[in-house]
Design a protein around this ligand. Structure first.
Ligand SMILES: Cc1cc2nc3c(=O)[nH]c(=O)nc-3n(C[C@H](O)[C@H](O)[C@H](O)COP(=O)(O)OP(=O)(O)OC[C@H]3O[C@@H](n4cnc5c(N)ncnc54)[C@H](O)[C@@H]3O)c2cc1C
Length: 414
């Protein structure tokens, strides 16, 4: 049998796809996931935000994750030379989770997929979506398995959660260039054999080595640590040699971490992702909705990727459930508007990070606790809180406060 019919076809079994499919299955919608590769599989994106705990909790995936003993993340540390700025999620403005995890994604995504299967969702691994035809909102999707066999799935709706695969944006010509500057990244997972004892060894840290260049250090509970540099594409490409040599050379820029990671074994040859920011012309159409990285990816500085993927995955699943049950939905109002709002807030913060204004706020001493708790909410992923002025006035407040700092104002006057 090479043809079957479902209510909803989900493309991709990453966090976005699993959260979507779990919600649909919990609501008795006939859903199937098609996943290109075999799990466990590596993907970048290991620092989560507290907000995504709400999503895993709501769809019943959280308990399985809690059993995995992942490294707990209670905040984040930013360094710039001798300057330090610590954020503690328990001191944030918005109510909500004040902790999350640092996760090796191959393991984490596999737990999510296995748990999603337990809800009755079939996942066809090593099956790739290669074409889609729409007839109104009904679709016929062509799938090729690893042996080259072709099958077809008829669906009333498609949720495209294909991440970097960007399946529907590719097939429907929806890709557009990101408005963000061209940044790239080089990263690996290191055996953290020089890890210091205690909290110092396990604290997630972002080390700003130049205005637009920073290093992430994300320690895992299994003794390995994700390390990676982000910077303008021409900066990353200006380093010569193998990717191991390039990363080693960049590590010399971090006074804080160069000794810890010098010459340590890597789990894999460092990978490079060039110009990682992506955008799309639209995030839904007749019979489909695009979630997570398949739509928009901005920048890793605020670790928002997985949380954005689960936020949009869950919202899309809720809306598609209502559509399948016969409701008329205004997707511009109920999907595009909130998603775009989140994208706009993070875009402002990404831009202000690389302009240096946000870094001014982070490292200004003495700190202003009132401002800090509001920015902490954003770093925790609670970017839809309309009572937080650093969210509602995202495009001007950071600039204004940075300007006051430049004028030599004291923290209490900010
Ligand atoms: C340098 C860098 C650092 C990052 N760091 C972080 C971080 O610290 N924290 C964070 O939250 N995010 C981070 N991200 C972002 C993060 O990687 C993504 O946002 C996140 O993985 C998106 O999840 P997803 O479920 O949308 O897609 P994915 O996790 O990419 O899952 C998509 C799935 O779809 C499958 N697929 C693809 N094509 C097809 C096809 N044709 N048919 C069937 N299946 C298909 C893929 O195999 C994959 O398993 C980072 C990104 C970059 C570039």
């Amino acid at each position: 049998m090479n043809e079957e019919s479902v209510d909803v076809l989900v493309i991709g079994a990453g966090p976005s796809g699993c959260v979507s499919a779990s919600y649909l299955a919990n609501n008795n919608i006939n859903v199937k996931i098609i996943e290109k590769v075999k799990f466990p599989r590596y993907v970048i994106g290991e620092s989560l935000l507290p907000r995504c705990m709400d999503h895993f909790d709501e769809v019943g995936l959280l308990d399985a994750l809690k059993e995995q003993n992942y490294e707990i993340k209670r905040g984040a540390r930013f360094l710039r030379g001798d300057e330090v700025c610590n954020f503690d999620f328990s001191k944030k403005f918005t109510d909500g989770w004040d902790w999350t995890w640092q996760v090796p994604r191959a393991h984490f995504d596999n737990v999510l997929a296995e748990e999603t299967k337990k809800k009755g969702v079939e996942i066809d691994f090593e099956n790739e979506v290669i074409a889609v035809e729409f007839d109104g909102s009904n679709s016929k999707t062509t799938i090729r398995d690893i042996d080259g066999n072709i099958k077809y799935i008829n669906a009333k709706y498609i949720i495209d959660a294909s991440g970097y695969g960007r399946v529907l944006p590719g097939l429907l010509d929806l890709k557009k260039p990101s408005a963000l500057p061209k940044h790239s990244s080089i990263f690996t997972i290191a055996k953290d054999i020089n890890r210091p004892e205690g909290e110092e060894g396990t604290l997630i840290t972002f080390d700003v080595v130049d205005l637009e260049v920073w290093l992430w250090v994300i320690p895992f509970s299994d003794g390995t640590t994700s390390i990676g540099f982000v910077g303008p594409t021409e900066f990353i490409n200006s380093h010569k040699g193998s990717s191991t040599e390039m990363l080693e050379e960049m590590l010399n820029m971090s006074d804080f971490f160069k000794e810890r990671f010098k010459g340590v074994p890597h789990l894999f040859e460092p990978k490079i992702i060039q110009n990682f920011s992506t955008a799309v012309k639209q995030i839904y159409g007749d019979g489909y909705i695009i979630t997570g990285n398949s739509g928009e990816f901005l920048d890793p500085i605020f670790s928002s990727g997985v949380t954005f993927a689960t936020e949009t995955g869950l919202l899309a699943a809720k809306l598609v459930t209502r559509i399948i049950k016969g409701e008329e939905i205004d997707l511009d109002k109920e999907y595009v508007k909130p998603v775009q709002f989140g994208v706009d807030v993070f875009t402002s913060y990404v831009n202000e990070w690389y302009s240096g204004n946000l870094q001014k706020l982070f490292f200004h001493k003495p700190e202003n606790p009132d401002i800090k708790e509001k920015i902490c909410s954003i770093l925790a992923g609670y970017v839809w809180d309309q009572t937080n002025p650093f969210i509602t006035k995202h495009n001007r407040l950071v600039k204004s406060v940075a300007h006051l700092i430049d004028m030599g104002k004291e923290a209490k006057d900010l």
